[in-house]
Design a protein around this ligand. Structure first.
Ligand code: PLP
Length: 392
């Protein structure tokens, strides 16, 4: 063989090893060689499990999908390139044979609102917003008109409202809508929405599941009813995550329960400290007995595990004072995202909820003086020391 031929063929395409590696390798292959054409024909037809083309299935993706299916107690999962594309794909699958109408929680991530209005809206998907913490209001909407999907977050971004998933699931099931829950803030350590009656769960695995701020990703976990459609449409639309990102996410998930436990403990301690600071107007954290959803929280969340997110309002502060406070922080990472090992802070008014219309911000209760902390795994006293000097 000439050098050009050897360069392309040597070393590659060895038969599978009999020894099993302790972690799933990153399979950087776009396509797979089948035993014969008949096998490839069966795999293309999805009559037989196996690998033909990585848009359909890849062993690294499959390992991550099995992992998150187990954690959320679902039927099956799909690993997607980002949380947003996971939401888009899940909505497409749920709406395919339902009315193209979404009932969306009023309190929700800004880009999710934009996805509904700017991406799906022009294709005929109508969106109505509702306060999902007002069950009679949700019931009135679901019975007055046919909706395809009710979309909500387990713990809302950024005001940390907690909806009654079992009651909302019952309402959806009685009215033919699918309940889709973005479980990014809660994670399956705190709440597993499929066990509570939801049909589809979506994660931005960029956050707590990945946990290290080094990889984007989105995960859809569903019940049996929706899984075939999610998978079938994915084979065509190809929203899939790359194998390297699947590997990193899977590695992140191995330690996620440990990180999350620590983040919950730190966040609870941080919120308790904030409540006694003269420069702080209001603290938002789900352990608060005065929290508007306290009874739902007591039913849905395990004792002491209320999440790693803490939001608070600075006293007598408009944008310039908030900017000055944030600029004084030294250790806390000032960047968009959350759920990482390090503590992070974001100003929702100019970042995650920048494009949310002012009226909707007002209805949510989102004000210019609110900052949102994602509490990390550092020593709590170091987090407090940094925030204390910035508040002074
Ligand atoms: C609750 C929630 N859902 C979805 C997303 C989107 O995820 P991604 O940035 O991975 O696309 C985010 C991002 O911040 C989020 O906070």
């Amino acid at each position: 063989m000439k050098i050009h031929t050897k360069a392309v063929h040597a070393g590659d395409r060895k038969p599978a090893q009999t020894q099993i590696p302790v972690s799933t390798p990153v399979h950087f292959a776009a396509s797979w060689i089948c035993a014969d054409q008949a096998e490839q024909d069966r795999i293309f037809a999805a009559e037989e499990k196996g690998f033909a083309y990585s848009r359909y299935a890849n062993p690294t993706n499959q390992a991550l999908e099995e992992q998150i299916t187990a954690l959320e107690n679902g039927f099956g999962s799909l690993a997607c390139a980002s949380g947003m594309v996971a939401l888009q794909h899940a909505l497409t699958a749920a709406l395919i044979d339902r009315p193209k109408r979404v009932l969306c929680a009023r309190d929700i991530y800004g880009a999710t609102i934009k996805l509904l209005m700017d991406v799906l809206g022009p294709f005929g998907v109508e969106t109505t917003f509702v306060d999902t913490n007002d069950l009679p209001a949700v019931a009135a909407k679901l019975t007055a008109e046919k909706y395809g999907v009710l979309l909500m977050e387990t713990i809302s971004n950024p005001l940390l409202r907690v909806g009654d998933i079992p009651a909302l699931a019952q309402l959806c099931r009685a009215n033919g809508a699918a309940l889709m829950v973005d479980n990014t803030f809660a994670s399956p350590l705190l709440v597993r929405p499929l066990e509570l009656g939801a049909h589809i769960v979506v994660h931005s695995s960029t956050k707590y599941l990945g946990g290290h701020g080094d990889t984007m990703g989105g995960l859809i976990v569903s019940d049996e009813e929706h899984f075939e459609t999610i998978r079938r449409l994915s084979r065509i639309a190809g929203p899939i995550l790359g194998p390297m990102e699947c590997f990193l996410t899977m590695r992140g998930i191995k330690t996620f329960p440990l990180r999350m436990e620590r983040q919950c403990r730190n966040a609870q301690g941080f919120a308790a400290w904030l409540r006694n600071q003269p420069g702080v107007e209001r603290v938002f954290y789900p352990d608060d007995p005065q929290h508007p959803d306290a009874t739902t929280i007591a039913r849905l969340m395990p004792d002491g595990l209320y999440g790693g997110m803490v939001s608070f309002e600075l006293k007598n502060a408009a944008k310039p004072e908030v900017f000055a406070f944030l600029d004084r922080l030294q250790m806390v990472v000032k960047a968009t995202s959350l759920g990482d090992v390090h503590t992070m802070v974001l100003h929702p008014w100019i970042a995650s909820h920048r494009d949310v219309p002012p009226k909707q911000k007002e209805r949510m209760g989102l004000r210019e003086n609110l900052v949102r902390f994602s509490v990390g795994i550092e020593a709590l006293e170091d987090i407090i020391a940094d925030v204390q000097q910035a508040l002074a």
